[in-house]
Ligand binder design. Sequence first.
Ligand code: SF4
Ligand code: SF4
Ligand code: SF4
Length: 747
Amino acid sequence: MSQARDTQASERAAMEIRLHGRGGQGGVTCAKLLAAVYARLGKAVQTFGDYAGERSGAPIRAYTRVSDSPISNRNKLYQPDHLVVLDPTLLGPEVVSGLAEGGTLLLNTPLSPEAMAAQFGRFRLATVDATAIARKHGIGTRSVVIVNTTLAGAFARALDLPLEVLEAAYRELGFESNVPAAREAYSALRVREAPAGGGRLPRPAVLPGLPAVLPLSEHKEGPPTGLKTGSWRTQAPFYLRNPAPCSVRCPAGNDVVGFVQALARSGEAAAAEVLGRTTPLSAVCGRVCPAPCMEGCNRRELDGAVNVRGLERWIAERVPVAVRAAPAHPSPRRIAIVGGGPAGLSAAYVLATAGHRPIIFEAERELGGVLRTGIPTYRLSRAALDGEIDSILRLGVEVRSGQKVDRARIPELARAHDALLIATGLQRLRRVDGPGEALSGVEQGIHFLRRINLGEKARLSGAVVVLGGGNTAMDCARSALRAGAAKVTVVYRRTRAEMPAIAEEIDQAVEEGVELVFLRQPLGFAGAGKLEAVELAEVELGPPDASGRRRPVTTDRKTSLGCDLALLALGQSADASLLPAGWKLEAGRAHADGRPLNVFAAGDFSTGEGTVAHAIGDGRRAAQRALAALGLEAEVWAPPDAPKAVRPQDVRMGHFEGRPPAHEPTAPAAERVHNFEEVGRGLRDGAEARRCFSCGDCTSCDTCLVYCPEGIIRRKGTAYEVDLAFCKGCGICVAECPRKAMEMRAS
Ligand code: SF4
Ligand code: SF4
Ligand code: SF4
């Protein structure tokens, strides 16, 4: 059966499908869907509608041409191989005009093909009640049922098209929710073959019922006709990769759209390969990063940001990212790194994967820096951290642990190595600078966390006050609860809206019973030898300061808060005194007597940013700067061009199904508060990746190809080619691209 139809089509090289429907039924979209299916099967296609300013309900026609070679004929279709009628009330001689006896007539009707045979029995009859199916699946409105996607499913059956190709096209074009109706129509189609001896007959010389319009060009296949129309054009479409806002916002420099799309299309191994180009610490970032990528995600405007952080963890838990083979370098360099935290590890990864010999000097017994001493295990399991550090070390990184490098040793290390990176993080801790700060019971939060995180038995009781509003404050508060404190209060000088801590961490702290007190500034501490209370001033918010947040203005109204332990989490900064006298940092490189040294600042020591992702990004940059200074080829990473990032208004949201984001389950608050086990349990699967719009990055969805009214876009593997000899520069392909992976340029 299908062989007979193939033969019919090949006789004329192009296969032609004409659709008749009424404005509002989606006939033009149906034609485009059919074209999308054939495009996925490797055919050249052309599809367009034939209507003017008709009102809803007026008859319209739409056309789809399919060919194995470029289509040069741009006429309407007068002699279709197949005819699709969306509304049976349109049926009449004019509608079937040009359809040869034996051609397929697909009708949307509850009637059987046999019931239609008296009038149309000379054709191959296929019927399906697409209206009833579409209504059942809720497609359209109460008054207008839209049958296009349903009927396309029946067409696929009538023409033996693979249903999975149709379904893939629906997914790409934003009709995923209509797949069940298409499947039902596919199954429900009834067919009555044309009478024996039917088949395609010679075409009638005159087309009865249609005006005699002469074709613009000869109906032929092969090289384009001489009637080139591209000279009308002043601009033409170009395919490009525009930066996605998630990638632009990632301080680690991760190709976010790249790894999320790799996961969606090819799985975890492909995604881990993309991540491993920029970071060795995805299991870490997938747990503790504040995820600015998600703040910038365009999908927030539809139904919530893609859970990029959760996906990063999902990938890293299945395939380690830091496994890039280290090639042998003809002249490997020895480069010392002071500090084995995230910046030092990131730098070591870059150097080792370029074939050099990084040597990390770490003050603690184990590597990890703030990841090990500052971040509690309930946020970052040590198994995840140790796994990633092991992967980095296996690349050939030497470690000298338990070696605290001071100012005096810096020049010696610089001399003994080809280059030196200083990645000591933020060592200077902010204080209250008020009375009573030396009382027993007043402690820097970062010291408290170190004691807890390195396994010191710290049993608490009574009331704990934490001063600050960032992640260290949340870590202190939640760790204090777990260590046995009866009551924990976080005191912050602004309001919840201005707290720099990760929003989920604040929510989880509150769930666990941490109290938040806002608009209070610490003045000092009261107690007789031992802390009894924190003295506070009430605060009002003034105009915004340099950070964009409203400036806290201290009033003379004072309060105090009784407590047994006060933890200071007021901020940290780099300790520049580590640099020897006369050394200065300029653009991240140390200089002495105005001359550059092969000594580079890395991570928080250089930027003061204080997030793991920033440390990873700057660690990489510092390593690349060192290689460049040594005359070794190294591209120094710079963040992408933010103003060019794809904006929400550039995305055609209507192409995408609404689907809320996947959140990772957490241990119940009542349970988790009694132990230091990891709270977040990771996403259940990687399906969240399919919510990504792929902003600015072509997914080979065929939308441009299908919507081009000239039918002059062709697929070449996963890329596309526009026949500019015929492109009139209308820009419809660019306007229809769901993700701004094309733009019009002067031509
Ligand atoms: S490192 Fe942070 S900002 Fe970058 S992709 Fe991962 S979660 Fe997003
Ligand atoms: S939808 Fe995908 S590509 Fe677009 S910003 Fe969000 S994560 Fe990035
Ligand atoms: S350029 Fe846009 S419309 Fe064309 S295939 Fe790529 S993503 Fe789809």
